[in-house]
Design a protein around this ligand. Structure first.
Ligand code: CP
Length: 335
């Protein structure tokens, strides 16, 4: 495997193979599988789970890892293209990325969306500019529109909970958050659930529709997998018979890159906090999913987050297992 960037780059059988490997590595550890291998981790955006789970995954497979982030660079890391570097930063990302990559057998890169220009973010312009600098196998640890490690872990979580593929009802719900957040998780989670063959309802207020390109990609996946996609702002109807609600906040696509416009819309939506009454029309065993980090009492009520519906810790642990499978395929001797 040369790169792990998007579930769309893999056949269904290849995804299922990774999921099977993740289950096997949990049951039958392979502490020598990546002995002597090194994973470079470049975080241009913050993380808790991705950083810790990749380091844990490498250690469990017998390899090592190192982390670089702008905060750690004593030279100061410049990321802007075409800049005259006469300010504080003495190191440019164009040298830093290939240098860091050359120390590893693979590299993971996290770079969130710039969130100024939707078309540029949809095209993954910034992330591609980084991966084009290297020949080393690489993993997308979250870019403008993709978070494939989260998607693989979430697919595994749905499997672990025996939530049906065809006929399983998956509600991807917008939730209130004081800040405008990136589209990577909602866009790629929608794709994951569609690709799994589920009936997906996107529950979102007006102004927070997902971009047409993201919808088309998911609809194509749903058609191929026997699932469906629909959108609504009607909560009771959306939740009817739901097996799972996956909550996430995201930027207003109507006001993308316009902080004040976005704020004006979201300020009216503080009641979009997932709470027990949301589940009135759902299945009794409807689960609550979230990629974390999550703001308690803002995105989701404490009773739901701490209650039996919540599988957020299970999801987070699956990050490590899913990534072990990816690392094993990318750097193991079987490839
Ligand atoms: N879900 C996720 O990617 O978490 P972090 O941002 O903490 O890595």
């Amino acid at each position: 495997m040369k790169s792990f960037n998007d579930l769309a780059d893999f056949t269904r059988d290849e995804v299922l193979e990774l999921l099977k490997l993740a289950v096997r590595l949990d049951r039958e550890p392979e502490p020598e599988a990546l002995r002597g291998k090194v994973l470079a981790l470049l975080f241009l955006s913050p993380s808790l789970r991705t950083l810790a789970s990749f380091q844990a995954a490498m250690t469990r497979l017998g390899g090592g890892s190192f982390v670089i982030s702008p905060d750690m660079s004593i030279h100061g890391l410049e990321t802007r293209p075409g800049i005259v570097m006469d300010g504080t930063a003495a190191e440019h990302i164009r040298e830093a990325v290939p240098v860091i990559a050359s120390y590893g057998d693979a590299i993971g890169i996290r770079a969130f969306a710039e969130r100024k220009d939707l078309q540029k973010d949809l095209a993954e312009t910034e992330f591609t500019a980084l991966t084009e600098l290297i020949d080393t196998p690489w993993i997308n640890m979250e870019s403008a529109m993709n978070h494939p490690c989260q998607n693989l872990a979430d697919w595994k979580t749905l499997d672990d909970l025996s939530i049906p593929e065809n006929g399983g009802k998956f509600v991807l719900s917008w939730a209130y958050h004081p800040k405008a957040l990136p589209l990577a998780v909602p866009a790629s989670t929608l794709y994951m659930a569609a690709r799994r063959g589920m009936d997906v309802t996107i529950l979102r207020p007006e102004g927070f529709e997902l971009p047409a390109e993201i919808m088309r990609k998911a609809e194509h996946a749903a058609n191929g997998a026997g699932g469906s996609i629909r959108e609504t702002d009607e909560r009771r109807e959306a939740m009817e018979g739901a097996h799972v609600i996956y909550a996430k906040s995201w930027s207003s696509t109507r006001h993308y890159g316009d902080r004040l416009g976005d704020q004006g819309l979201r300020n009216e939506l503080v009641d979009w906090c997932v709470d027990e009454p949301w589940f009135d029309t759902a299945r009794d065993d409807c689960r609550f999913m979230h990629c974390l980090p999550v703001r308690r009492g803002v995105v989701v009520s404490e009773p739901v987050l701490d209650g039996p519906r919540s599988v957020v810790i299970h999801e987070a642990r699956n990050r490590m297992l899913a990534q072990m499978a990816v690392l094993h395929q990318m750097m193991g001797s079987s490839t």
